[in-house]
Design a protein around this ligand. Structure first.
Ligand code: SAH
Length: 567
């Protein structure tokens, strides 16, 4: 089984006018073009997200002739050339607000959000991940913004967006209907109802090698419409792996799950076909793929429909597709946070982690998200909460400082996923700048040659094992970064570790004492090994001891790339 387009990154282009604009545009996107070189009609129809690094007036004049409708237009954000502001101009609730926040976090600017729902601290109906709001959205949103409690009617068994399921509901308020039925827009508008359509359906597709993209897309449209199902409810497509790269499947331009013929052959389907079995080895493609992808055996809600070169079947997913992102925030400052991390956090439905780490990304959080802060310790509880939220269908960002793989939550997430029964393929680890890299950079380049990271916390590793590793690092002459060097209760280990290294390194070896790097109260000191004392070291400090070749350069320290004369 493989996935295509499964992360579905929106296509983003950044347009600029001047050289200054170009430099800023390069920090925002890898696709940048001078505004003078583009045909705006083409850009408008080919990209999901457009960022102008120009004045707002230029951006507005450029897009004005092309604006069609809320659902069809791309999200448009304007950033000034100085990089002070990022302003969503179009599609605020279709990604532009999030994009503006992400840009702001990436380039250190401020996002100017003008939608009332984002400012009033309530959720926005049309920006729930995995849901589409249609009908009388603006009217009901306005009522919710002014404090009216909506009535929520569920027409299918499907989890509501996390924040909505926890909000109060009323019997009399404006109505929000959770349904996958094809929406009757006139009726919804006239009755003042919002239909919230969850992406709950899998469309299984079988096609012959000569099927055209038009045949496949119209077969799907017809099947959906005859079964009275909303197109917005499609979560993904599913088919057989031999159709990977088939132009009609590629043209669907959506997440598509592929199964082998032997996987498909194991599924019992209502409408098997001997011809299909002879040709691909499984008696069913459309029905079997839909059932397999839905992860439930009795999920078929529209059995196979046959067209000239296409078969289509629709199943309802057992659960919403939840994902767990274990996200590294870097050491603290948003400047040192990756664009990918910012994007994932601002799109997540649930953001969780140790409280102060959640605060490190507060600039990315929105009222649409469920936020859960955990106290210190409780690491297993944090991970279990994140996994259970993902199991119930939420997109979850579990945030960690630095890198999630360095003495943080990523490994624990895989361990607990195995125990809890959460598919590890639905865990993504988003890297971050770990404390050692950030500290070494502030101090110079002490990690310039081979190095090792050792945690001095004996909560997870017995002290004799740690001691053995410190001795090995000392003998191997590796620059040694000590994570968790000291806590209020654990003070002696650092001195013991320094004593071991001192047996192998000259007294003049530089030692970097980096505290709260990338945070407001950052302090970085470099001392000689002989003068080291751990008084100022605490839980927010990283200690890096140089190797025998590490040396001072003015007030900085570095480790040469080669051994040169020193060997
Ligand atoms: N995942 C984190 C490390 C977690 S272990 C990372 O990749 O950076 C926690 C230890 O990391 C702290 O005790 C401290 O030694 C170090 N640390 C984390 N953030 C730091 C920062 N901003 N400045 C200095 N040290 C830091």
């Amino acid at each position: 089984m493989t996935y295509e387009n499964s992360t579905e990154t929106p296509r983003l282009i950044c347009l600029y006018l001047s050289e200054k604009g170009r430099l800023l545009a390069n920090r925002i996107s890898s696709t940048t073009v001078a505004l003078s070189d583009v045909e705006m009609a083409e850009i408008f129809s080919s990209f999901d997200q457009i960022v102008f690094v120009t004045t707002a007036a230029i951006a507005v004049r450029s897009i004005a002739p092309h604006i069609k409708s809320k659902s069809a237009d791309p999200s448009v954000v304007c950033a000034d050339e100085e990089g002070y502001y990022a302003i969503p101009l179009l599609g605020g609730h279709h990604g532009a607000n999030t994009l503006a926040r992400t840009i702001a976090a990436t380039i250190g600017s401020q996002a100017i959000i003008t939608n009332p729902s984002d400012r009033s601290g309530t959720y926005a109906l049309n920006s729930f991940a995995g849901f589409h709001a249609v009908g009388d959205v603006a009217h009901i949103q306005a009522q919710i913004n002014s404090g009216v409690t909506p009535k929520i009617t569920k027409q299918l068994d499907w989890p509501l967006p996390a924040v909505l399921s926890e909000s109060p509901t009323s019997e009399t308020g404006p109505e929000i209907v959770l349904s996958i039925a094809e929406p009757d827009l006139n009726h919804l508008k006239e009755s003042g109802i919002v239909q919230l359509i969850p992406e709950a359906l899998v469309v299984g597709v079988g096609c012959s090698s000569d099927a055209t993209p038009e045949e496949v897309s119209s077969a799907i449209a017809l099947t959906m419409s005859e079964a009275n199902l909303a197109n917005e409810a499609i979560s993904n497509f599913a088919t057989i792996d031999i159709r990977k790269g088939h132009p009609a499947i590629t043209a669907l331009n959506r997440s598509t799950q592929f199964f082998t013929s032997s996987q498909l052959a194991e599924i019992v389907v209502p409408n098997p076909s001997d011809t299909v079995r002879e040709s691909v080895g499984s008696a069913s493609v459309a029905e079997a793929a839909a059932i397999l992808s839905s992860r439930s055996i009795d999920s078929l809600i529209s059995p196979k429909r046959k067209f000239r070169a296409v078969t289509v079947a629709v199943a309802q997913r057992a659960t919403k597709l939840g994902r767990l992102f274990v996200v590294g925030l870097g050491p603290g400052n948003p400047d040192l946070r990756t664009y990918q991390a910012a994007k994932i956090i601002s799109h997540a439905e649930v953001v969780t982690g140790f409280g102060p780490y959640v605060d490190l990304c507060s600039d990315l959080l929105t009222p649409n998200q469920k936020i859960k802060r955990f106290p210190i310790g409780e690491e297993t509880e944090r991970v279990d909460f994140a996994i259970h939220s993902a199991l119930s269908g939420d997109e979850v960002a579990l945030v960690c400082s630095g890198d999630p793989g360095v003495f943080a939550m990523a490994s624990l997430a895989f361990e607990r996923a195995n125990l809890i029964g959460f598919d590890p393929n639905f865990i993504s680890v988003i890297p971050g700048v770990t404390a050692a890299l950030a500290s070494s950079a502030v101090a110079g380049a002490i990690l310039g040659h081979d190095h090792v990271y050792i945690s001095l916390s004996d909560l997870m590793t017995p002290w004799p094992v740690i001691e053995k590793r410190v001795s090995a690092a000392a003998e191997a002459d590796l620059v040694t970064a000590f994570y968790n060097p000291k806590s209020r209760r654990r003070v002696s280990q650092l001195n013991k570790a320094i004593a071991i290294l001192s047996q192998f390194r000259p007294p003049s070896t530089p030692v970097v004492i980096a505290k709260a790097v990338g945070r407001d109260h950052q302090s970085v000191e470099i001392v000689q090994l002989q003068d080291f004392h751990g008084d100022q070291v605490d839980m927010e400090t990283l200690v890096i001891v140089g190797s025998t070749t590490s040396t001072f350069s003015g007030s900085r320290a570095y480790t040469p790339r080669g051994y040169g004369d020193k060997q």
